[in-house]
Design a protein around this ligand. Structure first.
Ligand SMILES: C[S@@+](CC[C@H](N)C(=O)[O-])C[C@H]1O[C@@H](n2cnc3c(N)ncnc32)[C@H](O)[C@@H]1O
Length: 259
């Protein structure tokens, strides 16, 4: 696990320990265990989805300030969002994405963005004030550092944190949590793990989004992913509203209280 590639990503120790303990029963032999944990880490970090030069992106952000025009901020954010497959696919409908979501849940004043990737760089499209408590969590250290640099530009508090949300779900209350385009991969890491996370979150609304087609756009995944959501919440009295976008379905789960 000491490979330079993973060290550069700054993966939290809790993630590696969790994988080791989860797989050690099935793979008691050390080399086989390391191999399977490396493979799982590769799938979790999904390095193949991203092409960003972090030093260059940090320089782009240094060129902005809290007084910058929204169009200049959006220009830099678009470049960063376009460098990752998950957020790139959302670009064509970003202008209406949050209006449609907030029409269902209202404008949140506090948000937990779980397994955030570059999604916080969409903040300028949300129409929310800088007083919004926007907490973001990921297991990739350079990404978290870049997000906090960006939050300073937006006048937001530096609430991006390196944290494995499956091992340590955030404990603070919020109006809404976003878990975008990652729940299906979390199921691969540990089948059934989503339910404990979703139940633990102290939010009124949990928004889970899943891709409705594969990356190549050829396979329809809508029914498979719908089934993941409804199986995960089976027996829970949560109300579900589906918002369908061209390649992504947002499942708005109304937990009816703070969980
Ligand atoms: C598909 S990408 C980003 C998706 C992003 N939410 C979006 O829709 O644009 C998934 C991200 O989740 C992060 N991640 C995966 N498992 C995680 C975990 N257990 N806790 C926190 N972050 C995680 C990865 O490092 C990666 O940045």
């Amino acid at each position: 696990m000491r490979a330079p590639k993973y060290q550069a990503m700054g993966i939290p120790e809790e993630t590696v320990l969790d994988l080791l303990s989860q797989e050690s029963e099935r793979y008691p032999e050390h080399r086989a265990l390391v191999k399977v944990v490396r493979r799982k880490l590769h799938n979790i970090m999904a390095p193949y989805l991203e092409e960003l030069d972090y030093a260059q992106a940090s320089d782009w952000l240094k060129g902005l300030s809290v007084d910058s025009d929204l169009s200049a901020v959006k220009d830099v954010c678009s470049r960063i969002l376009s460098s990752h497959a998950s957020s790139r696919e959302r670009m064509p409908f970003l202008e209406t994405f949050y209006a449609q979501i907030f029409a269902v849940i209202g404008k949140p004043t506090s948000i937990l963005d779980l397994a955030c990737g570059f999604h916080p760089f969409s903040f300028p499209w949300m129409g929310l004030p800088p007083q919004c408590q926007f907490s973001a969590y990921d297991i990739h250290r350079p990404r978290i550092q870049l997000i906090n640099q960006f939050f300073a530009v937006m006048g937001l508090a530096p609430l991006a944190e390196l944290r494995d949300v499956l091992v340590s779900p955030p404990e603070q209350q919020a109006d809404a949590a976003f878990l975008f385009k990652e729940a299906h991969r979390m199921e691969k890491r540990n089948p059934g793990c989503n339910r404990a996370l979703w139940v633990a979150l102290k939010v009124r609304y949990l928004l889970v989004s899943l891709p409705s087609t594969d990356l190549g756009g050829t396979h329809d995944l809508a029914e498979k992913h719908r089934s993941l959501v409804y199986t995960t919440i089976s027996g829970l009295p949560w109300k579900v509203t589906e918002i369908v976008f061209p390649n992504e379905i947002v499942f708005v789960l109304d937990k009816g209280g703070m969980g």
